[in-house]
Design a protein around this ligand. Sequence first.
Ligand SMILES: [Zn+2]
Length: 391
Amino acid sequence: MALDAQGVVRFVGDVPKGAACGCFCPTCNSPLVARKGEEKEWHFAHEAAQERPECAAGAENLARALGIEWLRAMQAKGALRLPDYKTRVSSAVLPLDGELVQWPVRLVGPLLWHEHAPKNHPVATASLDSGVPLALFVQVGESGVLALQDLPPNCAYGSLIVAPNWPAGTRTREDAMAAINQTVTFRWGFHPDMKGLVASAQRRLEEREQRIRAAQEAYQRQQSEAAGRRWAQIARMQQGHQTQQSQLELQETGLFPEPATPAARKPVSDEEAPRYSVAPGHAPNCNFQFFRLGPDEAWLYYLLDPRFVSQHPTAAERVHNPDAPSAKRWAIAPAFGQFDGWDECLPPSVGIADEENGMYWARGGVGAVIFLSQRSKGSHSAHDPAEFASK
Ligand SMILES: [Zn+2]
């Protein structure tokens, strides 16, 4: 392409060959010759081949000029349409979660042309049905930084993009227009958010971000609370062993009553109190301490009935602790009835097996409870041994 004496874009196939073409370089204004040889692609060249480096930019200027011509031709046919405005609302926090917002845009009235607009400046302005002005640019390829500084506030803008390269054999205006029709695109730069569609998409995205942040915080809180609970449980277990021991020590010496019973429990006289065969000789209304030592091994620790103790004076005497004189005696029995070898599970330092009655006579002091609680995987207390069935 080149410019003729009137400044019209001319194509190498549309002009006479050689210097008779009457064309000039669009950059340096030097006269050109049209070369239409047999071997090389037809082209314009400077006379005497005095090509200057900056003249290569002329091709881009001409492509831009042709883009403007194409726009004028489309407007003359009433065929100029803008594509829907599209913009992507995205977030750095949720890069995959963006939202595409779009709305239709129509031209209202004719384009107002800016004659001889410098490169990267609007070639025309127009009004849009959304009530805002439009600045229209023509860009060749991806090159160029648009001059936006002179646009009025709230002005929409977009670019007609003309391909920088022409298909081989583009020699006439007809060829060039056919190529432009195939390759031209329109790219929106900006349109004010007149209906608040972008704002509401941003709000939705921010809400999603907040929900995710809240869920992350809740998870972290949950993790730290769970860690806190584990430590509290360990502390309770250690403390529990200590209170259990000191209470039992006090009970042994008769200075402290049996552990307080749940408020819901009705007072029942010793004669009416229920008897549990799983705890031979237990005192009426006594509290049972349950110790789970393994999947098949669990024990009850309980106070013996004074009448049972007096009926077995020999055994009672053997477990008597002279350092803690007390009439009370304590027993250990298999929590769910006797099993093979039950009487050989506990060492003599803890208690003496009584095969006849199906229980151990616990040694005085808190040795038995310490032995059981140190090996225990779970300890519970109740007035009815049936409550341990699921423990
Ligand atoms: Zn030139």
